[in-house]
Design a protein around this ligand. Structure first.
Ligand code: 6PG
Length: 244
């Protein structure tokens, strides 16, 4: 990845990380809507982005929700009411308070009878939205990613075959190190994004962060984000930047 499309922004704490993420959200949304009339954003699960979603919920007028379409980066294969379900968190913290209508949300259909069928159903839904007849991979305007303690991102975990998927847009993932089967966007889709923002917060991420950001030979999943034509912004709070 060339240096010019990789921005590392070290910020004092989690609050400033969320503020910086919001600034990028506002800017990329305005640019996308100006260019094509709508804005697509794919959201990760986990705990780090929750304050971002909660802050978005207070910005009914400041963000262009009527032209915004929300997608998921990944999901756990549990019911939509299960506390570990990523969409439940996005819905309760942002979609519901803002009154965002279902037509503006494309979520992983965990109600399908297997994780694999949930993955295929989600891929079909994305293809329908992006009118997939004439594209190889969808290009999201903005994507928020996190980093796991093992260097995973989305639900792409070290050493699993899903890292080398080059055709499918969405796959299901069985991984003994986590408590649920997962459904995740694949690297070809992640690396097609126009702008990816990594949210890297907390001392428990510091060791992975320095490897991903400083070791050019690092092959951890979070280090395999290399946008063909886009910008990756790494928002890193002081604790996560401990070894930088
Ligand atoms: C998930 C996420 C995952 C997350 C990292 C970091 O479904 O868990 O998509 O990739 O971003 O595991 O999680 P935290 O933000 O909770 O540290």
């Amino acid at each position: 990845m060339s240096a010019e499309n990789k921005i590392i922004q070290i910020v004092p704490d989690r609050n400033s990380l969320i503020d910086a993420a919001l600034t990028t959200w506002k800017e990329t949304a305005a640019e996308a809507i100006e260019e094509k009339g709508y804005f697509t954003v794919a959201l990760s699960g986990g705990s780090t982005p929750i304050p971002l979603y909660q802050k978005c919920a207070t910005l009914k007028k400041e963000l262009p929700w009527k032209d915004t379409y929300i997608f998921q980066v990944d999901e756990r294969y549990v019911g939509i009411d299960h506390d570990d379900n990523n969409y439940k968190s996005i819905y309760e913290n942002m979609v519901k308070p803002l009154g965002i209508i279902p037509a503006h949300v494309v979520r992983v259909p965990v109600e399908n009878n297997t994780a694999e069928n949930a993955a295929r159903g989600y891929e079909d839904a994305i293809k329908e939205f992006f009118c997939a007849r004439n594209i190889q991979f969808p290009r999201f305007d903005l994507m928020f990613l996190g980093i796991g303690g093992d260097g995973h991102t989305a639900s792409l975990f070290p050493g699993l075959t899903s890292l080398s998927e080059r055709k499918r847009w969405v796959v299901s993932v069985k991984n003994d190190t986590v408590n649920h089967e997962r459904i995740t966007l694949t690297f070809p889709v992640l690396n097609q994004a126009k702008h990816i923002v990594f949210l890297m917060s907390g001392k428990d991420k510091a060791y992975q962060v320095v490897k991903v950001l400083k070791n050019t030979a690092c092959d951890l999943p979070a280090a395999l984000i290399r946008l063909q034509d886009g910008i990756v912004t790494y928002l890193v709070d002081k604790e996560a930047a401990w070894y930088m």
